[in-house]
Ligand binder design. Sequence first.
Ligand code: NAP
Length: 294
Amino acid sequence: MVVLVTGANGQLGQALRYVSGNYPEITFVFCDSADLDITNKQDCEAVFDQYKPHYCINAAAYTAVDKAESEPEKAYLINVVGAKNLAETCQKHNAVLLHVSTDFVFDGSKTTPYTEEDQPNPTGVYGQTKLDGERAIQEVLSNYYIIRTSWVYSQFGNNFMKTMLRLASERDTLSVVNDQIGTPTHAVDLAEALIRIILTDCHPELVEGQQLTINNFGIYNFSNEGQCSWYEFARKIFEINKITINLLPIPTSSYPTPAERPKYSVLDKNKIKETFCLEIKNWEDSLKRILISE
Ligand SMILES: NC(=O)c1ccc[n+]([C@@H]2O[C@H](COP(=O)([O-])OP(=O)(O)OC[C@H]3O[C@@H](n4cnc5c(N)ncnc54)[C@H](OP(=O)(O)O)[C@@H]3O)[C@@H](O)[C@H]2O)c1
């Protein structure tokens, strides 16, 4: 079985590469943006012709949430046109697309976890382009899994955890917002969940506890379990690393950003857990694992 990974040098792409050795039954083809520019349809066709993937994991995206406000065309090109190109190429080659989306499709006005059925209402350009990308896929393809995730961090790429560790080495005091609530997601846990979906999709009989169903295509939420504020996330990062720093909780109003963030974006994971018999780790346990193993 051949699995193509786009955006292979990004955070999720690197996490997929990190876990890929655990799955000898899968031939992974990792393409970074130089190997495959998803905004270029010919590039997509050429790569699919060459490798004939059965599954494509789209880990390529425009992810600069604030910068997207000032360059919406670029965000649209990658997150919508790029996603559509991959969907059309998957359709033509009879491949299944696994596309990663975001909690930023929601406006954050809820106070209980968002389900896949909740109405999206993005508040910024990034969230809007990610939602438009989901819809572009749904228009052209039926064999898709769209996985919405949140607050992704890992030992790879740029992310909040690495920013906190860097800032702590430069400063004595740090202020972090305490009124945005969500759930951190370890990129390696997300990578494992994506592969679990693929293995279930192609060999449901081999996945323990899996019910045989005709197909499970659709939208799924995935993050780690539990919830916290960015301040609590930072506090845990420093606690586990035994870093002493003066950490101050502040309201979002004291840290204005070009793009508005959802105040609350905890995702309900019941659908993915039940469909794929998935056990999901608590965010603090996953964070401990990464910091201890580094
Ligand atoms: N990070 C988060 O907190 C978070 C939260 C929720 C959802 N997500 C979603 O999770 C997915 C993975 O995010 P991530 O954190 O791994 O992002 P990332 O680290 O920013 O990686 C994105 C990758 O996409 C590549 N890329 C950009 N334009 C491309 C193009 N035209 N063709 C091919 N590749 C292109 C980039 O390559 P270059 O560097 O070479 O441009 C980069 O390697 C994304 O869909 C994102 O929207 C992320």
